[in-house]
Design a protein around this ligand. Structure first.
Ligand code: NAP
Length: 481
């Protein structure tokens, strides 16, 4: 029997795990190529698609979220099916996926956080930005988290764009946030916030700050907060001065920081202070609560490779704070049955081909894209070329892939498996109903949407809608054409 895959009678069957930007770009690249007929099933742990766009991008950055229109075009292609609320490793095993598909692409992002590894980090009132961001964006896993916004002084460790997001959300007025899609409970908690000082702690200098220029400028334009930068912190060592001369973003950032340093405080109710060349060494508590942060003053020295590294000077300072958020990067979460590089916090791979371990052998039919592939770097658009690279390798590999067996390759086989297990998967049509309901809830309040923040809430809303609208179209997944 002819088992050639990639024909109209037997399309190349690819599963994509994760419906965030990298998953959608991988699906888009598969649809665009002309070499093979394809059918793509996207599995997403949460009912809602869009991953980081829905649960990571800050609520006051609505424009960025319009990228979901591109993802909607991909998902509406008849060759694509969406299975929301299906967790690989729980509802379906990684091995089962491999048996049902010719290739599997992991696009699972990086939902866990990195730790500072300093004493006191386990105390209440020490959080990761990962948690805080997911919480204010209404991520169902983080809905029940609590943040002590009764504290007046907060430290945010790290100077990347996530630190900027966290500082900005803490500093913004509730009136401004009330026009966004921030989770309702977060809006309520921020309404009662007593935060008045936010200290951003950077272990290296202003020339090494990781934020991009629009983000630091935006911080300087807040109506409710002054940004305080010490002019002496902007004096550069020779290696940093040389680096800035060759890096347009760093030069622009430095220029913005200089303008902010000149402006100084203008009497706004909140203040955002930058502290460069400071490494947190210990979080000190009183009665189990955070009381202060012990910082070591650093100096910078270039390594042989040119990387400008922070070195402790043995001089210490203490900053009184009541809440600490570390915004020092993300890690992927391992999936049972999928290789994982613990040290680097991602799936080991060679340009997107999954390896059985760091520097290991290629695992046939397994691929990775996005943050799980390259680590938590770049903006949303960075995931497009990254996904294209992986898909190109997958296409090169097609002649050597082990095809899924005839019965398992049947598009209904995976549906039957999920139904047999009682998995309440969400189709794209169902997601669009949830989407519409959220938008309607938002209209009443002049907001882009009011999110459902619990999985059960989404399913109940869907069922209620179905009863109301009956008869409605049955939620049978679209068959690959
Ligand atoms: P990031 O840009 O890598 O920044 C991490 C920061 O944490 C750096 O300042 C880093 O300092 C610091 N850090 C790391 N380990 C530390 C330690 N042990 N002690 C003290 N500081 C430490 O990561 P991110 O802010 O999490 O952002 C992730 C990605 O998402 C980035 O590519 C970012 O641009 C993107 N993003 C974009 C937007 C946007 O476009 N608006 C919004 C959010 C996120 P060193 O430089 O010294 O390592």
């Amino acid at each position: 029997m002819d088992t050639a895959i990639g024909t109209s009678s037997r399309p190349l069957r690819v599963a994509i795990v994760g419906a965030g930007p990298s998953g959608f770009y991988a699906a888009g690249a598969l649809l665009q190529q002309k070499e093979y007929q394809v059918s793509v099933d996207i599995f997403e742990r949460l009912p809602a698609p869009y991953g980081l766009v829905r649960y990571g991008v800050a609520p006051d950055h609505q424009k960025i979220k319009s990228v979901t229109k591109v993802y909607d075009r991909t998902i509406q292609d008849p060759r694509v099916r969406y299975f929301g609320n299906v967790e690989v490793g729980r509802d379906l095993s990684a091995q089962e996926l491999q048996l049902h598909y010719d290739a599997v692409i992991y696009a699972v992002g990086a939902l866990a956080d990195r730790r500072l590894g300093i004493p006191g980090e386990e105390m209440e009132n020490v959080h990761s930005a990962t948690e805080f961001v997911a919480w204010y964006n209404g991520h169902p896993d983080f809905t029940d988290r609590e943040f002590d916004l009764g504290q007046e002084v907060v430290a945010v460790v790290g100077v990347g764009n996530v630190a900027m997001d966290v500082a900005r959300i803490l500093a913004r007025s509730v009136e401004e946030l009330a026009t966004t899609d921030i989770a309702d409970y977060a809006l309520e908690a921020l309404r009662h916030s007593r935060v008045r000082a936010i200290h951003i702690i950077a272990r290296r200098g202003p020339a090494q700050a990781k934020f991009t220029n629009p983000e630091i400028k935006e911080l300087g334009e807040l109506s409710t907060a002054d940004v305080i930068v010490k002019p002496e912190d902007l004096e550069l060592d020779p290696a940093s001065a040389e680096a800035v001369a060759q890096d347009a973003t760093a030069a622009r950032n430095l220029e913005t920081l200089r303008q902010l340093a000149q402006r100084g405080p203008t009497g706004k109710p909140r203040q955002i202070h930058f502290h460069f060349l400071r490494s947190p060494k210990e979080i000190l508590g009183q009665d189990g609560r955070v009381a202060s942060l012990r910082l070591e003053v650093n100096e910078l020295r270039p390594t042989e490779s040119g990387y400008i590294q922070a070195h402790g000077t043995g001089r210490f300072e203490t900053l009184d704070v009541g809440l600490v958020m570390r915004a020092i990067g993300y890690r992927s979460v391992p999936i049972p049955g999928v290789p994982f590089d613990e040290r680097r916090g991602r799936i080991p791979n060679d340009r997107g081909r999954v390896l059985d371990g760091p520097q290991g052998q290629v695992v046939s039919g397994l691929y990775v894209v996005g943050w799980a592939k390259r680590g938590p770097t770049g903006v949303i658009g960075t995931n497009k070329p990254d996904a294209v690279e992986t898909v190109q390798l997958l296409l090169e590999d097609v002649p050597h892939l082990t095809p899924a067996s005839v019965d398992r390759a049947d598009p209904q086989a995976v549906v039957a498996l999920l139904e047999e297990r009682g998995v309440r998967f969400i189709t794209y049509q169902e997601w669009k109903i949830i989407d519409q309901l959220e938008i309607e809830r938002g209209k009443a309040q002049g907001r882009p949407r009011v999110k459902f923040t619990r999985v059960e809430e989404m399913i109940q809303a869907l069922e209620a809608h179905r009863r109301q609208e009956a008869p409605v179209e049955a939620p049978t997944p679209v068959q690959p054409g």
